[in-house]
Design a protein around this ligand. Structure first.
Ligand code: HPA
Length: 278
């Protein structure tokens, strides 16, 4: 196992947060993490200001397709917002601590809520493609956890509760918003794997039996970190493909991105509507 200097990690998070504070006057109350192909959610922000990851000290730089690699500061409605355009994935070789580095930065900036999005495969045979899925709960199937290692009690408890990871109040607001907008919203459990390969039929059967409705390669590390940090979480998946063993067809990343882009507009409208009520 790679040895990690946890004190240095904490210092680096602080330095990154201090750097960002020089550019932003108001603390971002809301954080948003964009999934693959979901860039259109960024269009919901007004009065924007952008900082590329590579300019922020110690900030890990994402390489995945459909991920820009910049922080966008702005407002959604009246809410001061910090949006990550480009997330970090385990399949890129990032450690769990690196993946959640931006979430820790958000914590130090005073972020109170986190909206996460992703592209995922629909394990639930009743799911429709291009329809958003409100995440009700998750399964960490990545074989790792961002909280492993030394705990900083100032950041959160050693053994955080996970009985309601996806904030019920925010979920209710999302359901109401979708109904008012006439946007169909599915609900279900998200399971995270490391990827980068898409699943075999045997793996899909297993994940379905474990109780998951959608499978993807992200989100769970950031969400675990946010809950640890006391940040309220809302999660929405774009269902981009049928991940059903019995009628599985070959899948490409291009198809995932194409359907994610179409779904992104619906997710953005839902987020906008929710923030009007916060
Ligand atoms: N499996 C894993 N990750 C994904 C999928 C999938 O079918 N679709 C989009 N991301």
């Amino acid at each position: 196992m790679r040895t990690i200097n946890y004190d240095q990690y904490q210092k680096q998070v602080k330095e990154a947060a201090e750097y960002i504070k020089r550019f932003v006057k108001e603390r971002p109350k809301l954080g948003i993490v964009l999934g693959s192909g979901l860039g259109s959610v960024a269009a919901a922000l007004t009065d924007t200001f952008t900082l590329p990851y590579k300019e922020i000290p110690h900030f890990p730089v994402s390489t995945a397709p459909g991920h820009k690699g910049e922080l966008v500061f702005g407002r959604i409605g009246a809410l001061q917002t910090l949006l990550m355009s480009g997330r970090l994935h385990a399949y890129e070789g990032f450690s769990m601590r690196e993946i959640v580095f931006p979430i820790r930065v958000m914590q130090l900036l005073g972020t109170e809520m986190l909206f996460v999005t992703n592209a995922s495969g629909g394990l639930n045979p009743d799911f429709e493609l291009g329809v958003p899925m409100l995440i009700t709960d998750h399964i960490n199937f990545m074989g790792n956890n961002p909280l492993v290692g030394q705990n900083y009690d100032t950041w959160g408890p050693r053994f955080p509760d996970m009985s309601e990871v996806y904030d019920l109040e925010l979920r209710k607001k999302a359901v109401e918003a979708a109904r008012e907008l006439g946007i169909k919203l599915q609900e279900g459990v998200y399971v995270a794997v490391t990827g980068p390969n898409f699943e075999t039929p045997a793996e899909l059967r297993m994940l379905r039996r474990l109780g998951a409705d959608a499978v993807g390669m992200s989100t769970v590390p950031e969400v675990i970190c946010a809950v640890h940090a006391g940040i309220r979480v809302l999660g929405v998946s774009a269902i981009t493909d049928r991940a059903v063993a019995e009628d599985l067809e070959p899948l490409t990343a291009e198809q995932v991105l194409e359907i994610a882009e179409k779904t992104g507009h619906k997710i953005a409208s839902i987020f906008l509507k929710i923030t009007e009520r916060l």
